[in-house]
Design a protein. Structure first.
Length: 92
């Protein structure tokens, strides 16, 4: 019988620090660095919260859609607006 092997790891937090997105946010939200950092923190927090809630409700939603909704939430809480192209750049 052949044996299969796999290597798995968590990309976020292992290879990518999701909070570092504040540096890209700062391009679109000039001014105080702490504001971009705060938006990045809220964005990540809501991304996780939305994902956990969907899981508990046994509802599937594409991770990109969840991430975009979390970005919209974070921007709304900070009373900031980005156009579609700016959001697409951040999502990429």
């Amino acid at each position: 019988m052949s044996r299969s092997e796999a290597l798995a790891f968590d990309m976020y937090g292992t290879l990518v620090n999701p909070l570092r997105i504040w540096q890209q946010l700062e391009q679109f939200i000039p001014g105080d660095t702490s504001e971009a950092q705060h938006i990045a923190e809220v964005w990540r927090q809501k991304q996780l919260e939305f994902t956990f809630r969907l899981t508990v409700m046994e509802q599937y939603e594409d991770f990109e859609q969840v991430t975009r909704k979390a970005l919209d939430y974070a921007l709304a809480m900070a009373r900031k607006h980005l156009d579609t192209d700016q959001k697409n750049t951040l999502m990429a």
